[in-house]
Design a protein around this ligand. Structure first.
Ligand SMILES: Cc1cc2nc3c(=O)[nH]c(=O)nc-3n(C[C@H](O)[C@H](O)[C@H](O)COP(=O)(O)OP(=O)(O)OC[C@H]3O[C@@H](n4cnc5c(N)ncnc54)[C@H](O)[C@@H]3O)c2cc1C
Length: 433
């Protein structure tokens, strides 16, 4: 039986988080809009506005709750993280203030899991302390969903590895001190066995940012997703992360929890859409009555509430399965959440935009950027289509083909079998009627 209950102490923490995010962090979203401020840890803004808030979170025992206590986190289970992240999902800066900002959170997880002591000291500790940022560099210009097309190579040369190739959408490289790069080290086996991960400092010679790409209406040059070229980039042999050929095992570690955390935060964004929708419905008058009195609006509100409830329960259920049985056993549930996330978010935003009329699509509301975020959810971490295959493959594992020529539900055969069972009673009941 699934159990999503939480203890009173944690419920109190959630109340505190809600108030803290609304009072202290949401104003930063408004005054310092734009991705750079979230990631640039060398800025005055980071020192003066973000670090003091991070200290408050640390003092409250809520810093990097996804990490184990060994790395300064709380080792919270996924159900607790779900409740927490849905509050953080209402604000752009909240994950940074709480030490759960992607891609640093996922990168920290894999270095903690696979890094050597020296790698942890050089890369993990400053990351956990919030002193530096990192970047994850896997997707290539010719394809991201199919690793079979990856070409970036790393070749061993004495005590060094030499990396050559191109990567695409290496997010926040412009603010990062190092990258985790996936490169093929053995082209003679399948990419799932022949790719490895490397830690590459961003000032390594040969590393060139061709350009930074933006999403949506970010002006050219202003985005933070790097198209990056590796031209004979040399790193010492000890910069190999994990074992040779282990890149995909490592990537799975990174994506497992993170995939659910995006969905948890999306619950918060979808709830924010419902709040906007209801407020508008009660505020705008058309043809002599508020929109809320129109059946078409009531239908929108009912759909919005039902979809939020279903989605929230789906995310909590997936979180609970991970807590009970581990990430690998929750493959189907995690993939299903990944499928639902962009769909539910997109519908919530579109509905809310519609009810706000021209204002809804204007740059005076957060909705256009939320719509882009919703679309992005269906692409980043793998496209929706691929997650659907995973769900279908896992669902089919519980089924087998029909035993004979007809489906198991074929009525004539079932009826004949049932009649055999009740032949005697049937005969007497008919004679009696
Ligand atoms: C905002 C954002 C941030 C990102 N950050 C990073 C990052 O930090 N590091 C990084 O390495 N990458 C990052 N990515 C890249 C992301 O991982 C890829 O975009 C993703 O894996 C899809 O790859 P692609 O864009 O090459 O699309 P493709 O692989 O070309 O797929 C395009 C479309 O084809 C269809 N498709 C693909 N495969 C199938 C299939 N098997 N069956 C049916 N249809 C299919 C889907 O509709 C899919 O959306 C980011 C992407 C976004 C949008």
């Amino acid at each position: 039986m699934a159990d999503f209950s939480i203890d009173p102490d944690f419920a109190e923490q959630l109340e505190w988080i809600k108030e803290f995010v609304a009072a202290e962090i949401e104003p930063l979203d408004l005054a310092f809009a734009g991705e750079g401020f979230v990631y640039d840890k060398s800025s005055i803004f980071y020192d003066e506005a973000i670090r003091p808030l991070q200290q408050v979170v640390k003092d409250r025992g809520l810093w990097s709750c996804h990490l184990t206590p060994e790395y300064g986190g709380q080792g919270y289970g996924q159900v607790r993280l779900a409740y927490m992240n849905e509050i953080l999902g209402r604000s752009q800066f909240a994950p940074t203030v709480f030490g759960t900002q992607a891609p640093d959170s996922g990168n920290a997880e894999i270095i903690a899991h696979y890094g050597t002591a020296a790698q942890k000291e050089r890369y993990l500790q400053p990351l956990l302390d919030g002193r530096i940022s990192s970047c994850y560099s896997m997707t290539e210009p010719q394809g991201g969903a199919d690793p079979g097309v990856f070409r970036c190579r790393a070749v061993r040369d004495g005590d060094e590895w030499v990396i050559d190739g191109e990567k695409w959408f290496s997010s926040s490289l412009r603010y990062a001190s190092f990258l985790i790069v996936m490169a093929i080290t053995d082209p003679d086996v399948s990419v799932h066995k022949g790719a490895s991960m490397f830690l590459v400092p961003t000032d390594t010679p040969g590393l060139e940012v061709v350009r930074n790409v933006g999403v949506g209406q970010e002006p050219p040059g202003h985005g933070s997703h790097a198209y990056v070229r590796y031209d004979s980039v040399r790193v010492p042999a000890e910069n190999l992360l994990g074992g040779e050929g282990q890149a995909f095992v490592i990537a799975q570690t990174r994506l497992g929890g993170g995939r659910l955390h995006h969905a948890m935060r999306t619950v918060g964004a979808v709830a924010r859409c419902l709040d906007m929708l209801c407020e508008r419905a009660l505020s705008r008058t058309t043809q002599g009555e508020v929109l809320a009195r129109k059946q078409a609006t009531q239908e929108k509100i009912a759909d919005a509430w039902i979809e939020l409830l279903q989605f929230r329960l789906q995310v909590l259920h997936a979180a609970w399965v991970v807590d009970q049985h581990g990430g690998a056993a929750a493959r189907k549930e995690i993939a299903a959440v990944k499928v639902a996330t962009p769909r539910v978010y997109r519908e919530a935003v579109l509905r809310t935009m519609q009810l706000h009329g021209a204002l809804g699509v204007s740059n005076e509301m957060p909705l256009p950027s939320m719509l882009m975020a919703a679309v992005t959810m269906g692409i980043a971490d793998g496209p929706t289509e691929v997650h659907k295959f995973t769900v279908a493959r896992e669902v089919l594992k519980d089924y087998s083909p029909a035993p004979g020529a007809w489906p198991s539900e074929h009525l004539p055969e079932r009826r004949a079998a049932a009649r055999d069972t009740y032949a005697d009673l049937l005969e007497r009941a008919i004679a009696d009627s």
